[in-house]
Design a protein around this ligand. Structure first.
Ligand SMILES: *Cc1c(COP(=O)(O)O)cnc(C)c1O
Length: 468
């Protein structure tokens, strides 16, 4: 059911038609099959190592690849590139306070810069950090600070076939079990992601977050919000949660943020800028500590690694990201792609997520054991077929346990088709659907992979592979 009260679209119209028209275009290059076969070999079967020039439709990520609006570009011209106290910082700060509720804002070059500062301040060696599923850089910073991540997402999130409407929910009984085991004083905060990336872009419900708030209040534990995709989460709450159909995405975003104590943001996702991030909080002492650290790692506390013009574009991008019509088109396009694939029998994670469609690589390549990285192999095969670039989200991304050096073997072995915001058209989506179906038909010809070179950390970015 689509919420009609929030839109001026008529019943007969596609509710997700783009609420913009195109003012400038970027021409795409089409390569030959032979060129792509060579390119993927040169890239060691890792789509992160392909050259963008060799890619036709780039669904690697939604990070920093969105199309800015004319208003954002106009804002770029208003950049106040002062080292200290740029007017764009104050515009950005006020926008974050007004839209996201947090009192204090520390800019960073991107999300992981905020994660680094947060983890260094709040996580002590021996601590445990529970979260609704891990994220690669988030968990690594917790581990580098001496903490141990503990997954407390509901079991349904690990089941690609479960159609639970809020697979991002936290299982409070798992939190209780953790407190029983290690004690509340070993838990500096609960990390709550909105629209959980690694679970397939799945939302947390407001009801669940409210219960978590009470649970944390009773134990004096903070909630830190990974708010990278908070607007997409708010849209799902509007569509699915009782009592929210008449609230705007903007109102729901504010309510979500206000239930938490601090946040890390990768603004190159939801907020549609090419680079940027911030750490936000309500606690003044924590803010002071963060200002001390940001000057070490990022830059002065009024720019933190961002140019003035980028802070201006971010301030404007935030206001556009919470518009209902934008979110309908954004999630509508993802749902279009997912539905077209599902109709043709392609196994995908359900419900379809907010930023991406996830293919179940285990189901598509049953002949490749997880130790031979079926999702990595499928991502490479998809590139070779039509030049569509996607990403592995399975055993390669999960990495190794730092203590035991064993490979983590996640239940979900997925390939992620991520949609940049406001970039591709429906015809592009149709090309992607055709390509996925072609690759599925010849799935038995795809071979497993092994590492040719494996970096120690975040190995999915720069690791190379060879066919088994
Ligand atoms: C992208 C992302 C991050 C890290 O942000 P960067 O800007 O890439 O450093 C953190 N959490 C989630 C959920 C993300 O998707």
């Amino acid at each position: 059911m689509t919420n009609q009260s929030q839109t001026s679209f008529s019943e007969t119209q596609k509710v997700w038609a783009e609420p913009f028209k195109i003012k400038m275009v970027e021409l795409l290059k089409v390569t030959t099959l032979e060129e792509r076969q060579q390119a993927i070999k040169n890239a060691g079967y890792n789509t992160f190592l392909l050259k963008s020039d060799d890619v036709y439709i780039d669904l690697l990520t939604d990070s920093g690849v969105g199309a800015m609006s004319d208003r954002q570009w106009a804002g770029m011209m208003m950049g106040d590139e002062a080292y200290a106290g740029s007017s764009n910082f104050y515009h950005m700060e006020k926008t974050i306070q007004d839209y996201y509720s947090y009192k204090y804002i520390v800019p960073t070059h991107q999300g992981r810069g905020a994660e680094n500062i947060l983890s260094q301040i709040l996580v002590k060696p021996g601590d445990y950090v529970p979260g609704n599923m891990y994220f690669t850089t988030t968990r690594l910073h917790q581990e580098l600070a001496g903490g141990t991540f503990v997954d407390v997402i509901i079991d349904e999130a690990h089941d690609p076939l479960s159609t639970h409407p809020f697979k991002g929910n936290v299982d409070l009984s798992k939190l209780d079990a953790l407190v029983d085991k290690v004690g509340a004083e070993k838990i500096p905060y609960v990390c709550v992601a909105t629209c959980v990336n690694m679970a397939g872009g799945q939302p947390i419900s407001m009801g669940n977050l409210r219960e978590l708030r009470v649970w944390c209040n009773n134990r004096n534990i903070r909630i830190v919000h990974d708010m990278t995709r908070v607007a997409e989460n708010a849209y799902f709450i509007q569509q699915r949660e009782q009592g929210y159909a008449d609230k705007s995405v903007k109102e729901i975003v504010y309510e979500l943020c206000a239930l938490t104590d601090a946040a890390t943001m990768s603004s190159n996702k939801d907020a549609m800028v090419n680079i940027g991030g911030f750490l936000a909080m309500n606690d003044e002492k924590f803010y002071d500590q963060a200002c001390d650290l940001v000057v070490v790692y990022e830059g002065l506390h009024t720019y933190g690694g961002m140019a003035g013009r980028d802070m201006e574009a971010l301030a404007i991008g935030i206001t556009e990201s919470v518009q209902d019509a934008h979110m309908q088109a954004r999630v509508g396009q993802v749902e279009y792609l997912g539905n077209e694939l599902a109709k043709r029998g392609v196994p995908i994670v359900l419900p379809i997520g907010g930023h991406a469609v996830f293919l179940d690589a285990r189901a598509i390549l049953p002949h490749i054991p997880q130790e031979q990285y079926p999702a990595q192999a499928l991502a490479a095969a998809l590139y070779v077929d039509a030049g569509v670039r996607v990403m592995e989200r399975g055993a390669v991304s999960a990495g190794r346990n730092k203590q035991t050096s064993e490979n983590y073997m996640p239940k979900l072995e997925l390939v992620r088709l991520t949609l940049p915001r406001r970039v591709y058209t429906q015809a592009h989506m149709d090309v992607v659907v055709q390509s996925v179906c072609r690759v599925m038909e010849q799935a038995d010809k795809i071979k497993g992979l092994r590492f040719a070179s494996e970096p120690d950390v975040l190995r999915f970015f720069r690791g190379t592979f060879e066919e088994v």
